[in-house]
Design a protein around this ligand. Structure first.
Ligand code: SAM
Length: 225
């Protein structure tokens, strides 16, 4: 039964051929990542617009709204869960969205495929907080991931993070600082702040309607004026 479900999922993913990249390599072995197979974004999107990324896009609600609002930006939406990304692809196909390409893989291997200094903005929305100490190095704001992102972010790039989890937010601030990022536009209660243009994600809706404050920050490497 389980095998059959998997087979159907694989068939479903294959049917989204033109909007999803499925790297053959799905582990994070250093030597595998060291052999680069950079994606040609101009070829992929058919234009040379700037490219932004979301890691852990879930079912893609945030990405679709952002892509609609900013048609002159191309987006790479990364998600490790094949069932979730399959739903996102289906929605993108039905909505006729052309400036989003999905990548089904873990963030661990991105630097194998993403050229250095090629991503201008990175969104981390409600990344799993993974509270157990044993899982610390799987948190998407762990310094090991921040070092991976630094490889492909442009020098003036920003990371925009949102979470409902105060401890994870504090942890992330610590990790950005360790990795040499600076922070700005920090909000401890986004929905009761003067921030404009927020796009609510699936998890954000859930947490917010349960009365939880939403934390948000922007991290960057260079002083921007
Ligand atoms: C809590 S959900 C948030 C989904 C969405 N961003 C939102 O705000 O509604 C976190 C997502 O990150 C994905 N994820 C976790 N670790 C990942 C990794 N190493 N690489 C890519 N995606 C990952 C999970 O599969 C999950 O879909």
């Amino acid at each position: 039964m389980r095998m059959r479900r998997k087979k159907n999922l694989e068939e479903r993913l294959a049917s989204f051929d033109n909007i999803i990249l499925i790297p053959r390599v799905t582990d994070d072995h250093r030597s595998i990542v060291a052999e680069k197979e950079y994606i040609d974004f101009s070829e992929l999107f058919g234009n040379s617009n700037p490219v932004h990324m979301e890691i852990g896009c879930g079912k893609g609600q945030f990405m679709f709204e952002l892509a609609k609002r900013t048609p002159d930006i191309n987006y790479i939406a990364v998600e490790v869960n094949e069932s979730v990304i399959s739903d996102a692809c289906k929605k993108a196909k039905e909505a006729g969205i052309t400036n989003v390409i999905f990548m089904k893989c873990g963030a661990e291997i991105l630097s194998k495929y993403i050229k250095p200094a090629s991503i201008g903005k990175l969104y981390l929305n409600f990344s799993c907080p993974l509270p157990k100490k044993a899982n610390e190095n799987r948190r998407l704001t762990n310094v090991r991931f921040l070092e991976i992102y630094k490889e492909f972010l442009t020098p003036d790039a920003e990371i925009h993070q949102k979470t409902d989890n105060m401890h994870f937010f504090e942890y992330s601030i610590e990790q950005y600082t360790l990795a040499g990022f600076k922070l700005k536009n920090i909000s401890l209660d986004l929905h009761n702040s003067n921030f404009e243009g927020n796009i609510v994600t699936e998890y954000e809706r859930k947490f917010s309607s349960a009365g939880m404050p939403i934390y948000r920050l922007e991290a960057y490497m260079q002083p921007n004026t």
